[in-house]
Ligand binder design. Structure first.
Ligand code: FE2
Ligand code: FE2
Length: 213
């Protein structure tokens, strides 16, 4: 393990010092959330045979842009749709990726996981799935305990539950769903490209659910 960490190409080697940068970029309570997400993403990755180091790194980095002012988010991540323009906070995943790339962070798997953590994985990036699920279910949220427990046994099932729950919640309140979230929804194997429909009996996505992502 030590030999792996000494390899400068290792995602944790590249992460050296980044936790301090994140701590300086976000509010104290957010940093506590970040640490919980990183720890849980790492556990989920371990339980599902995925890359623990990259899951931890993506967890540490995912909210680095979360507390930036709207104007900064819009500058770092130009809007792709009307929802982005109306809700700049929806851009904080893309903005985080831009920021990290400008600062020299290079791991493409981690960067994609950071970018997609607000809207859901776009493909088969298991690290992105770990971070997305950990973000919505870390213990500090006080919701989605079922998703967290499921993720420690079956990440695909937990991801489906989390995304379907989010889409259902938004549609049930007449809130337009972000196109990237719909893309993640339609990419779920259990959906198979079908248009979003409201399935019965799913739980609230909990904290952060006011965003159309
Ligand atoms: Fe976030
Ligand atoms: Fe987060």
């Amino acid at each position: 393990m030590i030999a792996e960490l000494l390899d400068p190409r290792h995602p944790l080697a590249e992460l050296a010092g980044w936790d301090e940068r994140v701590r300086l970029m976000v509010r104290p309570r957010r940093f506590e959330h970040v640490l919980r997400v990183a720890e849980l993403a790492c556990r989920i990755a371990c339980a599902n045979g995925l890359d623990e180091a990259r899951a931890y790194a993506a967890g540490i980095l995912h909210d680095i842009a979360r507390d930036l002012p709207d104007a900064e988010l819009l500058r770092l991540a130009p809007p792709e749709c009307a929802i982005d323009s109306a809700h700049p906070l929806a851009l904080h995943g893309r903005a985080a990726r831009t920021l990290l790339e400008r600062w020299g962070y290079r791991d493409p798997v981690v960067l994609e996981a950071v970018e997609d953590h607000t809207t859901g994985p776009r493909g088969d990036n298991g690290v992105a799935a770990c971070v997305y699920v950990a973000d919505v279910s870390e213990p500090g949220r006080g919701v989605n305990d079922d998703i967290r427990e499921l993720a420690l046994q079956d990440l695909d099932a937990a991801l489906s539950r989390a995304i379907i729950s989010k889409v259902t919640y938004l549609q049930g309140r007449g809130i337009q769903v972000h196109p990237r979230t719909l893309r993640a929804y339609r990419a779920l194997p259990c959906i198979g490209g079908a248009p979003a429909a409201v399935p019965p009996g799913v739980s609230s996505p909990g904290a952060g659910s006011h965003l159309p992502t």
